[in-house]
Design a protein. Sequence first.
Length: 658
Amino acid sequence: MSDQPDVELEARLAEQEEFEPPESFVEQANVTDEGIYEEFDENWPDAWERAAELLDWEEDWNQVLDDSNEPFYEWFVDGKLNASENCLDRHLDDRGDEVAIEWIGEPVDETRTYTYSELHREVNEFAAALREQGVGEDDVVTMYMPMIPELPIAMLACARIGAPHSVVFAGFSADALAERMESADSETLVTCDGYYRRGEALDHLDKAREGLDNVGHDVTTVVVDRLGDERTVDHRGSELDYDALVDEQDGAEVEPVTRDAEDMLFLMYTSGTTGKPKGVKHTTGGYLSYAAWTSHAVLDIKPEDTYWCSADIGWITGHSYIVYGPLALGTTTVMYEGTPDYPDKDRMWQIVDDYDVNQLYTAPTAIRAFMKWGEKYPEQHDLSSLRLLGTVGEPINPRAWKWYYKYIGNEECPVVDTWWQTETGGMMITTLPGVKKMKPGSAGPPLPGVSADIVDTNGDPVEAGRAGHLVVNKPWPGMLRTLYKNDERFINEYWDEYSVPDRDQWVYFPEDGAKIDDDGYITVLGRVDDVINVSGHRLGTMEIESAIVGVEGVAEAAVVGGDHEMKGEAVYAYVITEDGQEENEEFRQEIIEAVEDAIGPIARPEAVVFTHELPKTRSGKIMRRLLEDIANGDELGNTSTLRNPDVVHEIEQKVQGD
Ligand code: WTA
């Protein structure tokens, strides 16, 4: 093995635009029949029963799809089930002693293994504890936790008693936590004392407490002792110790609550165009069927596999493809607490090697980092257990795709580039790995039963090769049902743009741009709204702007996403200061900190540019496109419609001078 990339091979790969699924994969794949596309077309929507049939139902549905009140679709109507029963109880007879969760801590050698029986026991105990604390059906429980086993345990405990969960990413700020708890009227919080990042124990509890200070109602807080240090709960307040609660419930069993297919399983807040995060509502029957079906058909998960998705459970990817999909299928799901570069840049490959991981699902931003670090890290390990690779979260450039295919998959694993969103619940556009050829850079055709198009601003399909807006023309089981307590915003955000209600045409607009080729393969180009995608994380520019204008001395701010080699996009902030405010480094830091406080370190601006004006149209709208061009160092677009064309060049000079 050498540190030098194989030049001949790279040249061959660079030219290759299509890749057939490796035969060794196809031979054993869960789905291999190309006819499945037609079957879904001809038998739509009933073909979706195939997804629901992967689950155990207490009562069968009477109708697959109820579309009588569009766009408030209902799936598997009258069906009854419980998600925790589907992820745990039903596996006990056959797979009780098999591993459900392999948890790998950041400190090397700190691991925990939960068999299905053990996980079942702990989930039951915590479900009993939550009940005893007064949590009832339909009460929203918030989790503000990093990647520790108690997070999926708490999620499944909630599912067991019919209490929807709302998981807030641990990297979000105290303010972000408070906003989400207020919005969901959530009176219970599960959090922890801290966690490890690159060898350092980080505090988490103070941040949670700070958030709670800004919640207007009483909250019961359960604290998990992750660090095992002296500092634990504040017994004077309403904080409770997780271990003590669970110990009290030793061996308790909680009958899974019968939930209607359409009952809410969870809420997940995500960024949108306007300032306030959107509470995306997912249901028990449709969502779980969809997560299980896509895990089966796309990730090719089988019960005997060891499967690893390296996302954080604080995002939708972790919900669907660390917790619900894999556990519904009874497989072993790996959960890793740390970062890919600690203690060294081979940590991921060490884990694949040690645990004989069969499928790896990660993000393009991670793959770009691996590529930069070089193939010498994967080459130190035996990765031959891998059978399938996946990516999600942002477009993947063909070079990164090919690197992943070659150096991680050894040209023997299909790569699935999966396009989807928090709102879609699961994958929508990707190749079926045992059926379709792959084209690096293009996610692929819509999955069977999913109907997508690329349209122009009139809603008419564009020619192959032309950029347009991606739309979804038919409902699907995993779709969001509404925005929490805000049906009106649900319609405005997703359906207004392209639907023609008079003609009963309901079209979902995900706010992504895309193009399609002659084979029907879709290349997703990125967001067309004011959402930016930093390392696969969705951030609303408005949310960042409102944090910045909250800083004393700031008069106005505009935030855009600029291209970034590693992160995909990065945050660029253009700031107008008030008279008398000095534009110095100290003030710049103050602005950066304000963004971190309001949202979290992931939203930290790459650059803060002071300017005395922002480019505006005659009607006073900020021309963000020009600000993006400046951030990217691109040729500037048309400036003739501006009220103040000179300012653009002024800002450009400032940025270039920085
Ligand atoms: C982007 C993450 C290109 C897209 C599951 C979408 C992608 C947003 C891909 C949703 C992909 C996700 N190719 N772009 N394979 N996957 N995106 O809600 O812009 O965090 O709208 O869900 O990520 O981000 P979200």
